[in-house]
Design a protein around this ligand. Structure first.
Ligand code: DGL
Length: 259
């Protein structure tokens, strides 16, 4: 039994889509959310940079006694989860594109993965596809600039980019779309509108929440006392607080941090 918090990090507000799901399934747990906004976008970083940033953030969160770490970012998971696991003993849950459920769900044998350019070309995604999607056609759609436009809530740009990307999905003929970036569930309705009603959209949020619950249960590590959740950003705390408050539908006050 431990009342320590669960730590999460992302390059920005996208990880809040994961926090939302975990919180729904574990309302008594406390959370520390870290948004590395001064280094956003992660999708344009090298493996070395992603490992270095993830290491520094994990150190910071462990300094706040987290009992479990969630890498609430597909890109950082693909490039840094093995590295972090080799450095730290704390249980770590990552977020990766939900290839397996997409393969189960497709009737046409065609799925599309919307993700950052870095995730699209990662060997992690390649091995997920060769493990689970050998007989399925997969469109690896690195959605350049989409994550940033969601991070900065640039409505017009989001619409333009989604037109381009959803068009590619329709031309490819996928009947299942995987949201392989944690920013994308934040514009799920717009993606749904773009691809049309007959295409199924899947993200990893609920699966991550189930995994976190499973690990806490296995260690008998559920909290009995809810603490105040904490939010940190390497970017502008006021801006982050505004966006996070709107997304989570309660008041968030973030603090500035340097790593
Ligand atoms: N939310 C991150 C992900 O899931 C975005 C990474 C980025 O900053 O490009 O991949």
């Amino acid at each position: 039994m431990s009342n320590n918090s669960i730590g999460l990090f992302d390059s920005g507000v996208g990880g809040l889509s994961v926090l939302r799901e975990i919180r729904k399934s574990l309302p008594k747990e406390s959370f520390i959310f870290f948004a590395d906004q001064s280094h956003n976008p992660y999708g344009a970083k090298s493996e070395k940079q992603l490992q270095d940033l993830s290491y520094r953030i994990t150190k910071f969160l462990l300094g706040h006694n987290i009992k479990l770490l969630v890498i609430a970012c597909n890109t950082a998971t693909c490039y840094a989860i093995d590295y972090l696991r080799s450095k730290f003993k704390t249980p770590i849950v990552g977020v990766v594109p939900a290839i397996r459920p997409a393969v189960t769900g497709t009737k046409k044998g065609k799925i599309a993965v919307m993700c950052t350019p870095a995730t699209a070309k990662s060997s992690y995604l390649t091995s997920l596809i060769s493990d689970y999607a050998t007989f399925t056609s997969v469109l690896r759609l690195g959605c350049k600039n989409l994550e940033e436009s969601i991070e900065y809530l640039e409505g017009g740009k989001i619409t333009k980019l989604l037109d381009i990307y959803t068009d590619k999905i329709k031309k490819f003929g996928a009947d299942v779309v995987v949201l392989g970036c944690t920013h994308f569930p934040l514009v799920r309705d717009d993606i749904e509108k773009g691809v049309g009603p007959h295409i199924k959209i899947i993200d990893s949020g609920k699966a991550v929440a189930r995994r976190v619950k499973f690990l806490l249960a296995a260690e008998d590590d559920f909290s009995t006392k809810k603490l105040q959740d904490q939010y940190f950003t390497t970017g502008d705390p006021q801006k982050f607080s505004e966006v996070a408050s709107a997304l989570l539908k309660h008041k968030v006050v973030a603090r500035k941090v340097f790593i």
